[in-house]
Design a protein. Structure first.
Length: 147
């Protein structure tokens, strides 16, 4: 009598493979999450640079800086951006940064304040850029790392 050969996996083999995949996933998820935060931070900084360019153009045309974002062509003042860098509602569930502005007679400061999931960015927290081009961050890390 010949024995039929069984093809397939045993329960133990399946549990070992699932365990290995779970361990690898647990090891890579925190790194992936940090990378997402870093990418969104780059978008916040890029948005501040975009607003700075608009402010400088406004200054050339009007001999003063704009007091709000509406004067610069944005839909709201302040406004929010999502993970794609698109302007969204201040109450949107996809917002990652609130972009805000303070002005004085011949100067301004721009702020990118983290929102929702981006609040976990304790390293840099709020990014700032002023009319002199000075970049800073209000988090625990050095500003050079944040920009």
């Amino acid at each position: 009598m010949s024995r039929a050969q069984h093809k397939g996996f045993t329960l133990i083999e399946l549990i070992v493979v699932i365990s290995i995949v779970a361990i690898l996933l647990l090891m890579t998820l925190p790194s992936y999450h940090r990378q997402l935060i870093n990418i969104r931070r780059s978008l916040g900084g890029a948005e501040l640079m975009n607003v700075m360019l608009r402010q400088e153009q406004y200054f050339i045309e009007h001999k003063r800086y704009a007091k709000n974002f509406l004067d610069l062509g944005f839909r709201a003042s302040p406004y929010a951006i999502d993970a794609d860098g698109t302007e969204v509602s201040l109450m949107a569930k996809s917002r990652v940064y609130l972009i805000d502005l303070t002005t004085k007679k011949y100067s301004y400061t721009l702020y990118a304040k983290p929102q929702l999931s981006q609040v976990e960015d304790h390293l840099c927290a709020t990014l700032t850029l002023n009319s002199l081009g000075i970049k800073s961050a209000m988090g625990a890390g050095p500003p050079l790392l944040c920009w």
